[in-house]
Write a protein that binds this ligand. Structure first.
Ligand code: ADE
Length: 224
């Protein structure tokens, strides 16, 4: 998979992709992440890519032309499956969306800023608008990082079998069951006996029952 992220803050994003699973995915050659500084597409002497909104209002709007130039330059080099725009009024990101996007070859993610982007960009270039939740961030960078993280770890081969992403919370519509590690007893608090029993059928049954019960308590909306 190739991810092209269009941002005003490439340095902020670079740190994130240089650690942990995102880094490992790149080292393994399973994922390529390319960060593009939108200032490089500025049409002004000052390197700006925003302008005052028509009609007058507070805040600035990202201009259509520099962003269109950046997207078209990339599209002239390869076919993109989606051009994603991070926006608080987009469809809310979730696990099925991460699953679907993890199977794509080439994705562009445009990190929104200021009051937003010129609507013509949304109409003519963006194929998906995604929000990570009902709150307003100061920029789309963190939203892009959240999405990229959820997507990259699902790319086939990124996680080893032993930490299969299929067992994650939400994959089966349930939150994950509780986990324990050594020691078997700490301050009198014992690990449930079933987990020490070695009986895998019983353990699977217990985990499923725990997942159902936790979902009922914490996220009843998932069961509805
Ligand atoms: N940009 C600002 N707020 C956002 C949000 N909640 N999700 C995605 N992009 C955003």
């Amino acid at each position: 998979m190739r991810l092209d992220i269009l941002t005003l803050f490439p340095n902020m994003m670079a740190m994130f992709f240089d650690e942990s699973i995102a880094k490992r995915a790149q080292v393994k050659g399973l994922v390529e992440v390319h960060l593009h500084d939108l200032h490089d597409y500025s049409l002004t002497r000052y390197g700006s890519v925003d302008d005052y909104p028509y009609g007058g209002a507070a805040g600035m709007v990202m201009a259509v032309e520099p962003l269109a130039n950046c997207i078209e330059e990339l599209q002239s080099q390869r076919r993109y499956d989606e051009v994603i725009y991070t926006a608080p009024d987009g469809r809310q990101f979730n696990q099925p969306m991460a699953n679907e996007l993890s199977l794509k070859q080439n994705l562009i993610i445009l990190c929104g800023h200021y009051k937003g982007v010129d609507e013509r960009l949304r109409e003519h270039f963006i194929t998906r608008e995604i929000s990570i939740g009902d709150y307003v961030l100061s920029g789309g960078e963190l939203a892009a990082a959240v999405m990229a993280d959820a997507i990259i770890r699902l790319v086939p081969g990124v996680l080893g079998d032993e930490q299969s992403a299929l067992a994650d919370s939400f994959q089966d519509g349930l939150v994950a069951p509780p986990e324990y590690t050594r020691p078997p007893e700490f301050r009198g608090w014992r690990v449930p006996d079933v987990l020490l029993s070695g009986n895998h059928a019983k353990i699977d049954e217990w985990r499923h029952a725990q997942a159902v019960e936790r979902t009922r308590q914490r996220r009843p909306d998932l069961l509805a």
